[in-house]
Structure formats: structure tokens, C-alpha cells
Design a protein. Structure first.
Length: 201
């Protein structure tokens, strides 16, 4: 940034210019009678190229939003893309298995699929609807990790309800499941669910 100082010394007008390199330039503009000509010069600050304008900020924000949306779409892998047009309709209480007797019934009567990180069971539902129960024991991880895993499993269910036929399902987490992200869970449970449906045929 430049600084300009205009001063009158012994009837002479001196224009003093301080530049960014601390150099000093003195120019004699004339005697006092030419004051009106000298005062016509005005200081115009230079634009700092490091300061972005508002349009640059808007473009940068738009790029960030586009990348975030792309990562969100890729997170669920194949099964998230397959049902991508379906809006998440929540996980209402009537779609949850909450009673111990229901879990025991599925364990005794249900068809079972083992994967690396989960055990998926299915049996006929007495109410002719889709109901799902999630079991994450203390052996899988601490309370924070278990709660996170249950949230991700519920998220898989909400976005993939079209893959579930009317029946009772039980998802049991195994050791190591807490290290998975949403995309891993969607892929693993999606394949297991497909295998489980084929067993019913």
C-alpha cells in the first residue's frame, strides 16, 4: 500500500510518496499559485491480489458442496445407488423388534447368513410386515462405538427398505464391525440380504 504526503515548504509544493519498499520519492510540483493543479491528484489504493472477491468465495463454496454430495452418494456403494431414489422414511417403532421373545424365536426358527462382521437372520413375521432387530453386544466395542454402529445399521435399513421382504429380521454384529463405515455396511449387509432371500426361494 502507498502513502502520499503533500506539503508546502517555502512556497514550493512537495509531493512525498512512500512505497511498499519504504523508498521516498520527492517531486516539485510548482509554487503556491499552482495549488489547484497539484491538489487535483488523488490517491487510489491498489487491490491486494490475495483478497478474494465475493464471486470467488461463492464458486469455492459451490465446489465444496458438489464434492460433499458426491462423497455422500459414493458412501453407500452399490446398494445405496440402487435405492438412491428412495427417500429415507425413518425407522418407526412398529418396524422394530424390541421383545426378547421375538429375538429368541428368530434365533430358533430363522434362516441364518454369516458374514465377516455380521450374522443376519430371517423368519416369517406374525404381523405380515417388515420388522428388524439390531444386536450389538459389549464384546463388539465400547458404548460409543456400539451406538455408532447401530446408527449406521439403521441408516442402511432406512435407505434400503425395498430390499426387505415382509418378515422378521435380526442383525447381530460381530467383532470388528465397529471399524466399518456406512459404505462397508451397505455392501456387506446388502449381499447377505440377497443371499438370505435366495434361501427362501
Amino acid at each position: 500500500m502507498h502513502k502520499i504526503l503533500l506539503d508546502n515548504i517555502n512556497g514550493l509544493w512537495l509531493l512525498i510518496l512512500f512505497t511498499s519498499k519504504n523508498t521516498l520519492i520527492i517531486r516539485i510540483e510548482g509554487v503556491c499559485s499552482h495549488e489547484k493543479n497539484v491538489s487535483a491528484e488523488q490517491y487510489v489504493p491498489e487491490k491486494d491480489p490475495r483478497i478474494s472477491g465475493p464471486h470467488v468465495h461463492q464458486e469455492r463454496q459451490a465446489r465444496h458442496q458438489e464434492k460433499a454430495q458426491q462423497r455422500s452418494q459414493e458412501a453407500g456403494g452399490y446398494h445405496r445407488r440402487q435405492i438412491g431414489s428412495m427417500h429415507a422414511s425413518g425407522f418407526p417403532r412398529h418396524e422394530r423388534l424390541l421383545k426378547r421373545n421375538d429375538f429368541l424365536r428368530i434365533s430358533r426358527q430363522g434362516n441364518k447368513i454369516h458374514t465377516t462382521h455380521f450374522i443376519l437372520l430371517r423368519t416369517e413375521s406374525p404381523v405380515s410386515a417388515v420388522r428388524i432387530g439390531i444386536t450389538v453386544s459389549g464384546k463388539v466395542g465400547n458404548a460409543v462405538a456400539r451406538n455408532r454402529l447401530k446408527r449406521l445399521i439403521r441408516e442402511f435399513y432406512r435407505h434400503n427398505k425395498g430390499l426387505f421382504e415382509p418378515a422378521d429380521y435380526s442383525v447381530i454384529a460381530r467383532k470388528g464391525a465397529t471399524s466399518l463405515n456406512l459404505g462397508d455396511i451397505c455392501q456387506e449387509l446388502g449381499r447377505a440380504l440377497h443371499r438370505l432371500q435366495k434361501q427362501q426361494c
